[in-house]
Ligand binder design. Structure first.
Ligand SMILES: NC(=O)c1ccc[n+]([C@@H]2O[C@H](COP(=O)([O-])OP(=O)(O)OC[C@H]3O[C@@H](n4cnc5c(N)ncnc54)[C@H](O)[C@@H]3O)[C@@H](O)[C@H]2O)c1
Ligand SMILES: [Fe+2]
Length: 377
């Protein structure tokens, strides 16, 4: 574990607007900056309400972002982006739209291909267009970060691009945009936000400067997620989750996730389980597995669930599991249609994600991963 005197780099979007009713501020900001050719990258649902951003000028809307986007979806975005010659790119949607907006902002009109920029710090700057991010789910925190994830359909791996050049100039987090998120997606994306916080907090690279956000983000999800699932228009609960998602995004940059996300990825890449749903299913298993290595930190996480003790692996598992199951999340792999015959291949895939597994506070062997999938089946 690192300590208070360990070096760390913190980055944030230049401007962050937060609160109910802030979405329309994007138009004014863009006009003041003189951006008149604007490309909005969105999904089918959000593309219908781009008016909420009050943009003026020549606005092109890409409405076809698919959940867990793959390279083919990115190619479509880039074709539109190359033709649009925008001076401002806006990501308007969940993590899927915001991640493709980041890539559109650095790859359109560039000689670099996706393959050339995969990994950390491979994007050649400077970026030629401005970038704004407006999240409509409370989960990924992608609005605050420098990573974008796209699935390679051939290898079924998530390609992660990480670059300071993908940091937004402005992020506008308007919780009112999340009122329409269905209960099922609210539940799954909310646990994803919590997983970002918890996996950063219990991480080998955990840092006191980030723990602050991790603890508060975890607490906010514990307090508000059930309320928002019950009543999607509960503004206070939605705002609590939007903040938790943003804090989770703050955790991802300098620290990142660990075993939970590594084990969740094969569910998405091989079986098209949504990112949030996959993380929620895996979350109790890895939290419980890690307990012996980070007992004090696990107690803090348990506190967010209103459970004061973290006395055993089993009680940690039971508490986190009941929290997720109580939100209506499908908690078995069989229930999601994953066949038992695939567990070995999934364990191979997860075990290969060293960039995350090496962050996990307790070593996860291939056999440990296989056992967790078996237990989750
Ligand atoms: N960049 C990062 O740091 C980071 C972090 C975590 C996850 N991700 C990526 O983000 C993606 C997942 O993003 P997500 O969980 O936000 O889901 P998403 O963007 O895929 O959206 C999920 C679904 O919800 C719909 N939707 C979005 N907003 C809505 C709203 N307000 N009302 C009704 N429906 C709405 C979308 O149309 C879509 O069908 C994955 O590809 C994942 O890998 C990125
Ligand atoms: Fe995530």
């Amino acid at each position: 574990m690192v300590s208070l005197d360990s070096p760390i780099t913190i980055v944030r979007p230049h401007l962050i607007e937060f609160g109910v009713g802030t979405a329309e501020r994007l138009g004014k900001w863009a006009s003041e900056k003189g951006y008149g050719r604007i490309l909005v990258i969105s999904d089918a649902f959000n593309a219908k309400r781009v008016d909420a951003l009050a943009l003026r000028g020549d606005v092109t809307v890409f409405a076809d972002v698919t959940p867990e986007p793959d390279t083919a979806n990115l190619d479509k975005v880039l074709a539109v982006a190359n033709a649009a010659e925008a001076d401002l790119v806006v990501g308007f949607g969940g993590g899927s739209a915001m991640d493709l907006a980041k890539l559109a902002a650095v790859l359109s009109g560039s000689s670099q291909s996706l393959q050339e920029v995969v990994g950390p710090n491979n994007v050649k700057g400077p970026r030629r267009v401005a970038l704004a991010q407006v999240p409509t789910t409370s989960g990924t925190g992608s609005e605050a970060g420098i990573r974008a994830l796209v699935t390679d359909p051939d290898t079924k791996a998530k390609l992660a691009v990480e670059s300071l050049h993908m940091l937004a100039d402005i992020a506008i987090i308007d919780p009112a945009l999340t009122f329409t998120v269905p209960a099922r997606i609210t539940a799954a994306t909310g646990v994803d936000a919590m997983a970002h916080c918890v996996e950063a907090f219990t991480n080998r690279k955990a840092h006191p400067m980030i723990d602050l956000y991790a603890i508060e983000g975890t607490r906010l999800v514990g307090k508000y997620l059930a309320r928002a699932v019950r009543d999607g228009s509960d503004a206070e609960a939605r705002a609590g989750l939007s903040l938790a998602s943003l804090y989770g995004g703050f955790c991802l940059g300098p620290v990142n996730t660990a075993g939970g996300h590594a084990l969740a990825y094969p569910l998405g890449t091989r079986w098209h389980v949504a990112h949030g749903a996959a993380n929620a299913l895996i979350f109790p298993h890895v939290l419980a597995f890690n307990t012996p290595s980070v007992p004090e930190k696990t107690k803090v996480v348990m506190d967010a669930f209103g459970h004061k003790v973290a006395d055993s692996i089993q009680s940690v598992f039971d508490t986190a599991y009941s929290f997720c199951a109580g939100l209506g999340i499908e908690m078995t792999l069989s229930g999601l249609g994953v066949p038992k015959s695939d567990l070995d291949a999934m364990a191979d895939d997860a075990f290969a994600i060293r960039r995350l597994l090496d962050n996990n506070p307790r070593d996860l062997s291939r056999a440990d991963i296989r056992s967790i999938y078996e237990a989750a089946f």
